[in-house]
Design a protein. Structure first.
Length: 301
């Protein structure tokens, strides 16, 4: 049996994550096993979206996190590592400057990727295996700053679009009506042009939390009625009540409601009756990409 180790850093609008995973090869059998996941709740998106700038306090918190990740990487010694930053870094005017500073201080090279690239990392590396080839799916990743939507038919991505409609933006009142209406028109056009019923595949921390609160297994169908009922319940609670009664982390307790609004709206517009939540996100997608790159390179050695 051969064993490899890979690391992924996901720098989102609501949190920063370091995932360390082992990959085991035993003949044709391939096993991915998560070894360590560290999540730091640095909400970079709030300042990036409101002020288009990351303040000194957030910069220092982020740098401390990157130094901590550097030390962990030195201990775990992954075969490969990749760090991706999304909408907060895309919008902050000092995002590039911070990327350069992180590289100078830690040697960690951060890539700032587009919303479409962010979606590709996930759906190209684990979504297809959970799909029925005869069905049509709308893959949906709701982040703090944006929502990525991709329509799949017969295992192929037919069309894809990124919208500046995210949970933190909604929380801050920063989603203009025209952006909301643009996403609504795009989804309704899909529903009009697709002959089959659409099922949603949800990705992101918030839909994962909905899945857990509804006590569903990963991959088990969540109905629109179940998600909408829970969304209305959460909306009727204060942030403190969500923390105390449902044991949500503070950085999840506020954004889970606007995220629910996005999910239920897209499901309603697309007339999707069910949603599936596979146990994969950006970090998991990066791990699979790193393994594929490693295998391809070593095939020629």
């Amino acid at each position: 049996m051969k064993a490899y180790r890979f690391a992924a850093i996901d720098i989102g609008s609501n949190a920063v994550r370091l995932l360390i995973s082992n990959v085991f090869e035993e003949g044709a059998r391939l096993t991915f096993k998560k070894q360590s996941l560290v999540r730091v709740p640095i909400r970079l998106g709030a300042d990036a979206f409101l002020k288009k700038h990351l303040p000194d306090e957030k910069v220092e918190e982020f740098l401390h996190s990157m130094h901590a990740f550097k030390h962990l990487l030195e201990v775990y010694k992954p075969d490969r590592m990749r760090a991706l930053a999304t909408s907060a870094f895309r919008e902050a005017d000092n995002g590039i400057e911070l990327v350069n500073r992180v590289f100078e201080e830690t040697g960690i090279k951060i890539e700032i990727i587009s919303g479409r690239e962010e979606a590709e990392v996930v759906y190209a590396n684990g979504i297809r295996e959970n799909m029925d080839a005869d069905k049509t799916y709308l893959y949906m990743d709701v982040g703090g700053g944006s929502t990525e939507l991709t329509l799949f038919h017969q295992h192929q991505a037919v069309t894809s679009q990124s919208f500046n409609v995210g949970s933190i933006r909604l929380l801050l009142g920063m989603v203009p009506d025209e952006d909301w209406q643009e996403m609504k028109r795009w989804v309704k056009d899909l529903q009009t042009n697709v002959s089959q019923e659409i099922a949603v595949i949800g990705s992101g921390g918030n839909i994962n939390k909905y899945n857990k609160l509804l006590m569903k297994d990963y991959g088990e169908a969540l109905t629109y009625e179940e998600i909408h009922r829970l969304y209305k319940r959460l909306k009727g609670m204060s942030t403190d009540e969500r923390i105390q009664e449902l044991y949500l982390n503070p950085d999840r307790a506020d954004v889970i409601v606007p995220a629910g609004k996005i999910f239920t709206s897209v499901m309603r517009w697309s007339k999707a009756e069910v949603a599936y939540v596979p146990k994969i996100g950006v970090s998991d997608g990066v791990i699979k990409m790193l393994y594929d790159e490693h295998r391809l390179e070593n095939a020629f050695l």
